[in-house]
Ligand binder design. Structure first.
Ligand code: GLC
Length: 788
């Protein structure tokens, strides 16, 4: 070809200067517009606006101040909060009652101070800019004391200082190790903890983004995106919980799940026939192991066509679903996005006829191989596709199904790139956007379609959706499981920081496959993993085809007993967990919490990855090594009771605790009330006997006990029960004061016992100002009436 024009092909030029950085430059002019505070700089525009008192948004655009693009993640309409503007020679200050944003004019840089005047976010020398190839970036000053958390579903320990992360939803079957990145979810949000105070940054960009937190030498961290614009929000905290509150105000919160979704779920790739499922559920019931849901993996379908059943394997799904429901067990089928190419298959025909699938700009369809073979993929960016897909779930709801499991929605494709061609052009209701831009939100938009469809179809009942892929805001639609882990002790350990960081990233409802998905589990591993599962927000045992089966009884009686007792423990703790879910749905603060969240001034908590809090006062420290019968536990400041034997420890130090196979170390902080349900086989059984475990302290503890019907949205209209309980002790008197806040729903409890811990001397119990009992070393339990 050298004798053709190819000889002078421009690509042959060596030093093409693509990719060199252009910084935003100096400020040229400034004005206040309806968009916010608009800064015209040498090389682009920056708009600063206050979305809320504690949230500021910064957008850099090259050509015009702001083209108002829609955001998939952000649900909040900005409030127009005005700032006082003070212009000086070198700076412009924007001051609100909660923060101060200082804009340096030359070069243009942004500095954010909190309401106390403390500098929390500062542009580093480079500040913001872009590259000719389309990349946008922002570089910030890092402090030696900075600790970083969040970034969604990432492997490794909890503290992300020193790490570099990419956001690009990926189907990673193996390996999941500390350097495996990216995984299935993209949550471009993180929280910085600096000298005990927290703030957060959310980078609202759906392209492939990178966060470089290797701050130690450079004193800078940087976030960048392959395309789109620099558009980010700063949340000023100042506590970690407030940061989450602010972030989830912007991107939404988890709706309260149905109670059954909090029970124990059993899954396997796959239970391959109706008969197998029936036998499985009968075994659970025979062995009296609680169970709330069974998952149907891909084998239930007719050659993996979604919205079908293989009637040879599952002759009567309707009867099956209803028989299981009668036993308190829900059915959760898997639904993947790939639609089999088959002109005799209704879903495919509809998608083609109504133009609902992903296409190239030239109009030809994108096809990719997944379980059903050659498949087309719904274009979930289109409202029309989402409503169609949502409505298609009538196929399942007509059978009595209330929960769906979305998988392969990165989307996963069996090809070199593992996903859809980035050249595919989505049709976002008329706006054309490449897959390069929308890849990271594909799974979330599928989740939106599914959740909203189910919401309409279930007629007032709460849907349950489980998803593998997601983006910021996924919590509005789905619980997240951490994908294809393995039956390794290392993966048991890794599940803790992964779920904690999902919680720190606004996703409170998460869990890992209990027992590990791939590889063969052992009895001991399954016991220890089930122990962790009791306190992870989502609790499902799942394993892969060709691996050792890992239903609770698969490793013999000794292990079975132990596994059973821990699944039972989950059900005992359900009233407490449900209350925590309620709070998470209102505040965004996760159920499963890293310790730094409650103890932000305690440096020992900053990278504590192998123990966690459930709510604010229950500490769980799972055993993570084979053969271990004890472990070290860090107890933060305060007094802590060993849940099992009542031993009391002073916190602020590490202790070694005995943890033979039957023991999961759990500690309850002095000054707590923990409700406990009677034994249940599923959440279908009413909690008739509630026990309130009181761990009193001298100072007043307030606990709010919440309940509702557990399956409809009626609580939103006020049909719920809420009781506030206060307790404290004073010399030989234990005081309990109850105050019903709302009783529009009547719980099922017919018996309430109170068990007092930690007081062995003769103590009078004063309940609502009347003496009702006396407790001493022999008896610490009494019954009360009138609580409901
Ligand atoms: C994927 C999922 C896994 C599922 C399997 C078959 O690997 O992550 O959970 O069992 O596909 O559907």
């Amino acid at each position: 070809m050298e004798d053709t024009s190819f000889a002078i092909h421009p690509g042959k030029q060596k030093d093409v200067d693509v990719g060199s950085e252009i910084l935003i430059g100096d400020l040229n002019s400034f004005k206040v517009s309806k968009q916010g505070y608009e800064f015209h700089c040498d090389n682009g525009y920056v708009v600063i606006s206050f979305v809320d008192q504690e949230v500021v948004r910064i957008v850099m655009n090259l050509e015009q101040p702001l083209n108002d693009e829609s955001s998939v993640a952000v649900i909040q309409e900005p409030q127009s909060i005005q700032a006082e503007v003070y212009e000086e020679k070198k700076v412009i200050n924007l001051v609100t009652s909660y923060m101060e944003v200082t804009v340096q004019k030359s070069p243009f840089r942004v500095f954010i101070k909190d309401y106390k005047g403390e500098l929390i976010v500062a542009d580093h020398e480079k500040g913001m800019g872009y590259e000719v190839g389309g990349k946008v970036f922002c570089s910030k000053e890092a402090d030696d004391d900075d600790q970083y958390y969040g970034f969604g579903e990432k492997s490794g320990f909890i503290n992300k200082k020193g790490e570099v992360y990419t956001m690009w939803n990926s189907d990673v079957y193996a390996p999941h190790n500390p350097e495996t990145d990216p995984l299935y979810q993209s949550i471009p949000f993180f929280m910085t903890l600096r000298n005990g105070q927290a703030h957060g940054i959310y980078f609202d960009n759906t392209f492939k983004t990178t966060f470089d937190m290797r701050t130690e030498e450079s004193n800078e961290y940087c976030f960048s995106a392959e395309g789109g614009r620099l558009d980010y929000y700063v949340f000023i905290g100042p506590t970690p919980k407030e940061v989450l509150n602010q972030y989830t105000y912007l991107t939404g919160r988890m709706p309260l799940p149905p109670k059954w979704a909090l029970g124990y779920h059993q899954s396997r790739y796959s239970y391959e026939s109706e008969e197998e499922v029936r036998t499985l559920v009968s075994l659970f019931r025979e062995k009296e192991i609680p169970l709330d849901a069974v998952h149907f993996d891909i084998h239930y379908m007719d050659e993996y066509r979604v919205f079908t059943f293989d009637y040879k394997r599952f002759p009567n799904p309707k009867r099956l679903v209803s028989d299981l429901k009668e036993q308190g067990v829900r059915s959760v089928p898997i639904v993947d996005p790939g639609v089999k190419v088959d002109s005799e298959y209704e879903t495919y025909v509809e998608g083609i006829t109504d133009d609902l699938f992903c296409k190239y700009i030239e109009g030809n369809l994108f096809f990719g191989d997944v379980w059903p073979g050659k498949s087309a993929f719904p274009d979930f960016a289109k409202t029309k596709t989402r409503s169609w897909w949502g409505r298609k779930h009538q196929f399942y709801t007509d059978l009595g199904i209330e929960g769906i499991w979305n998988d392969m929605n990165e989307p996963a494709v069996f090809n070199e790139t593992k996903t859809m061609d980035v050249q595919v052009v989505h049709d976002q209701d008329g706006e054309k956007k490449t897959h390069r831009e929308l890849h990271n939100v594909y799974g979330m938009l599928m989740g939106k379609a599914t959740y909203e469809g189910l919401e309409l179809l279930l007629d007032g009942k709460r849907p349950f959706l489980l998803t593998r892929a997601g983006f910021s805001g996924i919590q509005r639609y789905a619980a997240v499981w951490t994908g294809d882990n393995r039956s390794f002790w290392e993966h048991l350990e890794m599940a803790i920081p992964m779920c904690m960081n999902l919680g720190v990233s606004g996703v409170p409802f998460s869990g890992a496959d209990v027992g590990g998905f791939a590889h063969d589990a052992s009895g001991e591993l399954l016991v220890r993993w089930t122990q962790l599962g009791v306190f992870t927000p989502y609790f499902r045992n799942h394993s892969a085809i060709h691996t050792a089966r890992q239903e609770p009884w698969m490793f013999g009686k000794k292990y079975e007993e132990s596994i059973k007792s821990f699944i039972q423990l989950r059900y005992k703790w359900l009233p407490y967990l449900y209350q925590q879910f309620k709070q998470a749905s209102e505040t965004g603060v996760p159920v499963m919490r890293p310790l730094f969240m409650e103890y932000p001034n305690d440096q020992k908590t900053y990278n504590l990855s192998d123990q966690f809090l459930v709510g604010d006062r229950v500490l769980v420290a799972p055993v993570l090594r084979p053969g271990a019968t004890s472990r070290m536990v860090y107890l933060p400041k305060g007094d802590w009771f060993n849940y099992w034997n009542g031993d009391l420890y002073k916190g602020g130090k590490c202790i070694i605790v005995d943890a033979p196979l039957q023991v999961l170390p759990i500690f309850v902080k002095k000054g707590s009330i923990i409700p406990e349900a009677n034994e249940l086989q599923s959440t279908n059984d009413p909690v008739e006997h509630l026990t309130l475990h009181v761990y009193p302290s001298e100072s007043k503890t307030t606990y709010s006990l919440y309940d509702d019907d557990g399956e409809t949205f009626n609580y939103r209209g006020g049909e719920y029960f809420e009781l506030e309980l206060q307790t404290w002790y004073d010399r030989n008197q234990l005081h309990l004061v109850s105050n019903v806040i709302n009783s529009c729903y009547k719980p099922n409890w017919s018996k309430i016992d109170i068990v007092v811990h930690g007081l062995s001397e003769n103590t009078e119990v004063i309940y609502n100002k009347k003496k009702v009992a006396e407790i001493n070393a022999k008896s610490n339990r009494f019954s009360v009436t009138g609580l409901v």
